[in-house]
Unconditional design. Structure first.
Ligand SMILES: *Cc1c(COP(=O)(O)O)cnc(C)c1O
Length: 374
């Protein structure tokens, strides 16, 4: 085992995180009210250019809240990309509804809009777009389909804080967008989430649902079965400090991706996400794909990189191949995302990586690929 160890992701607390958290402790504002929650929400709405931003406990419950705000119910269907983190589909399942999985378009791995209309039935209620690894989905195409069929459109922007689609911010491109602030995301609170929307009615409904259903005017009056999906002021304090450094974090991620592109461009056996002309991605995580379609070779390459102290991740298993979603879905092959999943590797991408780290990773990737003639 190598002496050096480079994790695939890690939080970098380079701003006022400590100062703000200590302020929470000193003032004893540690629960789910306080100035950092207000500031975090206000600043995040400004960051995305939306009327509302509502903090919640994590990115998964942000999705659940968004779907509940549309009264998603058993029997309903929601169009979801197959190549995403499992939470996107789980939120649909929490509502008793059925995710209908769509294959990827090959260049970015994002949901392929051209495949959606054939999957729409009278039960279809909405579409969830995911900005995979920070590259925006083709939102205009998705919005046109949603409008034509009277469907809601949600953005799962958990991996895309600050990404731009045709000059517009991720989080402002749909009816409701959701974000995650998990420890390995571009901005983190440890655990945390946010919803953004321009719709006052949806915002009020989400506020009610996340606060146990307590009437916003009449304390301790519960008009619906709500949830405790609140964020703490302590987590919001960390989130606010991260958000103040958002441009720095995004610049670091861009620097790292540029470094990998430069240092790995002579590796003939790999490709990577192709940045579309209309996109300015947030570059959450650098991902490359082996041209040779051989999953066991991919897994061996990852094991060898770990021996060199380079942690990697496989690309998400497509959700229609996972046990909870296999029945009814597994029989329909989705060849593009299945291939991306078999051949894809995520490399370390987080704000604290130095140029030397990026050279170290790239050197070992090049060396291991050469050994496999890839
Ligand atoms: C991280 C992530 C989530 C879930 O966020 P948590 O904060 O971990 O609950 C949802 N969707 C996508 C695409 C993600 O990457």
């Amino acid at each position: 085992m190598s002496q050096r160890y480079i994790p695939v992701g890690a939080p970098v607390l380079a701003g006022k995180e400590k100062e703000y958290v200590l302020d929470c402790l000193d003032s004893s504002w540690i629960s789910s009210q306080g100035k950092y929650l207000d500031l975090f929400e206000e600043s995040f709405a400004a960051f995305c250019g939306t009327r509302h931003a509502l903090a919640c406990s994590n990115g998964t419950v942000a999705l659940h809240l968004a779907l509940m705000a549309f009264d998603l119910s058993p029997g309903d269907e929601v169009i979801v990309p197959a190549l995403t983190y499992v939470a996107t589909a789980n939120a649909v399942a929490y509502c008793g509804a059925t995710p209908i999985f769509v294959d990827s378009e090959p260049l970015t791995g994002n949901i392929n809009p051209a495949l959606i209309e054939a999957l729409i039935t009278p039960r279809t209620r909405g579409i969830i777009a995911v900005h995979l690894y920070g590259h925006p989905a083709d939102m205009d195409a998705l919005a046109a389909i949603a409008k034509k069929h009277d469907l809601f459109l949600v953005e799962d922007a958990a991996e895309a804080h600050g990404a731009l689609y045709r000059g517009r911010k991720a989080g402002s491109l749909s009816d409701v967008a959701t974000f995650s602030f998990y420890g390995n995301k571009i901005l983190t609170c440890g655990e945390g989430g946010m919803l953004t929307t321009d719709d006052d009615k949806l915002a009020a409904k989400i506020e009610l649902l996340k606060g146990q259903g307590m009437d916003l005017q009449r304390r301790y009056w519960f008009s619906i079965v709500g949830y405790n999906y609140r964020l703490t002021n302590v987590a919001a304090a960390i989130g606010l400090a991260q958000l103040e450094m958002a441009e720095w974090h995004l610049a670091q991620h861009a620097r790292i991706i540029d470094g990998y592109h430069e240092l790995l461009k002579s590796c003939a056996g790999i490709t990577w996400q192709q940045e579309q002309s209309w996109a300015k991605p947030a570059h959450w995580m650098f991902t490359f794909f082996l041209k040779k379609d051989d999953e066991s070779m991919r897994d061996s390459i990852m094991r060898e990189l770990l021996q060199d102290g380079v942690e990697t991740r496989p690309v998400f298993y497509p959700l229609h191949t996972l046990p909870p979603y296999l029945p009814g879905h597994g029989t329909r092959p989705l060849p593009v995302c299945e291939r991306l999943a078999r051949t894809g590797i995520n490399l370390p991408t987080w704000s604290g990586l130095t140029r030397d780290d990026i050279e170290y990773v790239s050197h070992h990737v090049t060396k291991v690929l050469a050994r496999y003639d890839a």
